[in-house]
Design a protein around this ligand. Structure first.
Ligand code: C2E
Ligand code: MG
Ligand code: MG
Ligand code: MG
Length: 287
């Protein structure tokens, strides 16, 4: 009986491993196609000042738009790209499209804004990353204040020595930094105070379940107080409902991001809407 079970277990293990390898190779081939045929596209989701409702920035979110397979989400792509090294090529595409968006929006509005790009551990661990980023901004004549970098809390804490050094260099060059998915990554408070962080982004899991679980409201309140005590701003992602919005405003969350306010949109949809919104905004602020 035990022998039989053992054999079955082995068979099961074998096929699931095979399946994992197949999945990896399949995603890898889609990434290759994406890179060679320019199928990667950034979407942009507004980050909204909770008090003025101004769009203070936009998070750049990666999509692979495959002609037959449809959308492949970043959570599927990024782990594979990190493992095989394609993340560096993808990161280049992200930066160049983020800069295209910055250029296009600067041509429309004088008000300051930023684009936040997500950067993974593998990218930050590459020695040349920071220098190449600044070189590219210089090449495009884009001041570093237009760019913000989002790194997840776990990326930072698992690679604290290398990552904190890279973040300091980014910060010294005028790029602002958000600690993404905050609350899920075992932060050490001692590090938190020392890292050059501008913004804590509360993970969306806390916001989505704000009214399903009392403790989430306490956690959000505590993170908000902590951020402000440390001189940081705080952003909430996953704001899906009006009820979330009210609670977050009451608890001094500075910036809001979520489907209740705006979904991630293709570049042109944001830009075309700005063309309609901006004249109204200018008229309004003149009074
Ligand atoms: P993230 O940086 O935490 O991004 C926020 C995610 O929440 C995005 O998912 C966004 O579409 C989603 N979101 C925004 N508002 C709401 C809402 O109200 N409700 C819900 N349920 N979700 C909301 P997305 O675009 O699928 O990205 C997933 C993750 O993939 C990102 O999480 C980020 O860690 C990673 N990622 C995305 N683009 C890039 C990239 O260019 N480079 C790297 N390295 N990672 C990226
Ligand atoms: Mg992010
Ligand atoms: Mg996040
Ligand atoms: Mg996330």
């Amino acid at each position: 009986e035990a022998k039989k079970k053992g054999k079955n277990q082995f068979a099961y293990y074998h096929t699931s491993m095979e399946r994992a390898i197949h999945h990896f190779m399949y995603i890898e081939s889609l990434i290759r196609e994406g890179l060679t045929q320019n199928l990667f596209e950034l979407y942009f989701q507004p980050l909204i000042d909770s008090k003025t409702l101004r769009m203070e920035g936009y998070e750049a979110l990666l999509r692979l738009k495959h002609p037959h397979k449809g959308f492949i989400p970043p959570d599927t792509i990024i782990p594979v790209a990190e493992a095989n090294g394609d993340i560096h090529l993808i990161g280049d595409k992200v930066l160049s499209q983020a800069c295209d968006f910055i250029d296009a929006l600067r041509a429309l509005q004088d008000e300051p804004f930023f684009v936040a790009i997500n950067v993974s551990a593998k990218q930050l661990q590459r020695n040349k990353f920071v220098q190449e980023l600044f070189d590219y901004l210089a090449l495009r004549s884009i001041p570093s204040s237009y760019l913000k970098v989002e790194v997840t809390e776990s990326t930072v804490m698992e690679n604290i020595a290398v990552v904190s050094q890279q973040l300091s260099q980014l910060k010294a060059g005028g790029i602002r930094i958000s600690l993404d998915d905050f609350g899920t990554g075992y932060s050490s408070f001692a590090y938190l105070a020392q890292l050059p962080i501008d913004t804590l982004k509360i993970d969306k899991s806390f916001i989505l379940a704000l009214f399903k679980d009392n403790s989430n409201r306490h956690i959000v309140e505590a993170i908000s107080n902590l951020a402000h005590a440390l001189g940081m701003n705080v952003t909430a992602e996953g704001v899906e409902e009006a009820q979330h919005y009210d609670f977050l405003l009451e608890n001094n969350i500075d910036t809001l991001q979520g489907y209740h306010l705006c979904r991630p949109l293709p570049k042109d949809e944001i830009l075309n809407n700005m063309q309609k919104i901006l004249p109204v905004l200018r008229e309004y602020t003149r009074q």
